[in-house]
Design a protein around this ligand. Structure first.
Ligand SMILES: NC(=O)c1ccc[n+]([C@@H]2O[C@H](COP(=O)([O-])OP(=O)(O)OC[C@H]3O[C@@H](n4cnc5c(N)ncnc54)[C@H](O)[C@@H]3O)[C@@H](O)[C@H]2O)c1
Length: 359
């Protein structure tokens, strides 16, 4: 019988999880949210039943695995509770609010001998997979630099709500978008150990929330009398063991013209260079072939990059639970990214480069 799932947190992303699970033959059995109506709505669309409490969900023997898709400050306590109840866990990003919390979750997963996958879903994006394939085949040679950027035109999530309240989210654009592209960059480069970071954070929207113009709002609508005490942009240079450098830029509200965001990932190696947009349908690579530098557009079937990225995550999570293969993004990846995030904030506060604490 295929894996059966419980969903904890039935907001914007919990609902996307339920849809992706269903497409991969994973049955949603129960869902729980502190807002009962959200769990009910998710189950009406994707199957399963809304639970009366988290304990009810975790005590069900029929549930093999749990998705934790709640605000960031609840990642550690709820993931640990699920692991202690013997469930495999797919934990949304960021892994937790601190390295200490990340390590505690990882150690619970090891103790419980359960799969712990971190929701770095961008690893499954078709363009990222195509470029990773070339890198793993040695076509890029030694990778010296990766430039990664994630810009939203006007996309502060849930302005005034938990995403922009530091005590609940742990931070702003860096925690929300930056963790995805930092993880993806490190993953593409073969997971080198980050050693130093120099970063800066930008905050402006918190002081002008009432006249913030937006077109759509993730986890919205805005709470105009709410809190916004996190950064809305961050920039950093991260140095890694072996010489790789990663330049990262993230902005929730880049205010760039439509279609001109120029974000994505650029990978520079000593044999090839390439770039792609995370949600793009193509990638471009220039590489050595028969003594010449040639431009390639790797062919890969791709209809809906966003959907296919989610499907890849569920395919891998299901294989990890059912066949014991490694999860796509494991606890070490979550801790590594957290170590860089903490170093970027520390550097921004200190005004100079800092060492990244070993993961
Ligand atoms: N993988 C991605 O691309 C991606 C995208 C967006 C968000 N996320 C992550 O997913 C998580 C959820 O984000 P979201 O956008 O769905 O936010 P959201 O606000 O839309 O949903 C969060 C849900 O959690 C519920 N909740 C709060 N406390 C709870 C508790 N104690 N028990 C059960 N439910 C509780 C809320 O009622 C809400 O329905 C965050 O960690 C966020 O960083 C990941």
């Amino acid at each position: 019988m295929s894996m059966r799932l419980g969903i904890v947190g039935c907001g914007a992303i919990g609902t996307i999880h339920a849809a992706a699970a269903g497409r991969q033959g994973v049955k949603v059995v129960r869902a729980w949210d502190i807002h009962a109506s959200r769990a009910k709505a998710l189950c009406e669309s994707h199957g399963g039943k809304a639970c009366a409490s988290l304990d009810d969900l975790l005590s069900m023997k029929e549930i093999d695995a749990v998705v934790v898709a709640v605000p960031n400050n609840l990642h550690a306590p709820l993931a640990i509770q699920a692991l202690r109840a013997g469930k495999h866990v797919l934990l949304e990003k960021p892994m937790a609010m601190s390295m200490a919390e990340c390590r505690e979750i990882a150690s619970e997963a090891a103790k419980a001998k359960r799969v712990l996958e971190i929701g770095f879903v961008c690893r499954g994006a078709p363009a990222a997979r195509a470029v990773k394939h070339f890198i793993d085949a040695g076509r890029f040679g030694t990778i010296s630099h990766i430039k990664c950027a994630s810009y939203r035109r006007r996309g502060v999530p849930g302005l005034g709500g938990w995403f922009t309240t530091k005590a609940v989210s742990g931070g702003g654009a860096l925690i929300d978008l930056g963790v995805h592209i930092l993880d993806l960059s490190l993953y593409l480069a073969g997971s080198p150990r980050p050693t130093h970071a120099s970063g800066h954070v930008f905050s402006g929207i918190g002081s002008r929330m009432r006249d913030y113009v937006y077109t759509s709002m993730w986890a919205g609508p805005p709470t105009l009398d709410g809190v916004c005490d996190v950064e809305d942009g961050a920039t950093a240079l991260v140095r890694c063991e072996g010489g790789l450098t990663i330049e990262m830029n993230v902005f929730w509200a880049a205010n760039l013209p439509e279609g001109q965001l120029n974000d994505g990932i650029t990978v520079l190696g000593d044999r090839a260079g390439g770039s792609f947009q995370v949600f793009g349908k193509s990638a471009k690579i220039a590489t050595e072939e028969e003594g010449r530098l040639v431009d390639l557009t790797p062919h890969f079937a791709c209809e809906d990059p966003d959907r296919e990225m989610w499907d890849a995550q569920y395919k891998q999570f299901r294989a990890a639970v059912e066949q014991g293969v490694p999860p796509h993004a494991d606890a070490a990846a979550g801790i590594r990214v957290q170590s860089v995030v903490e170093a970027i904030y520390a550097s921004a506060a200190a005004g100079h480069e800092v060492a990244v604490r070993p993961a």
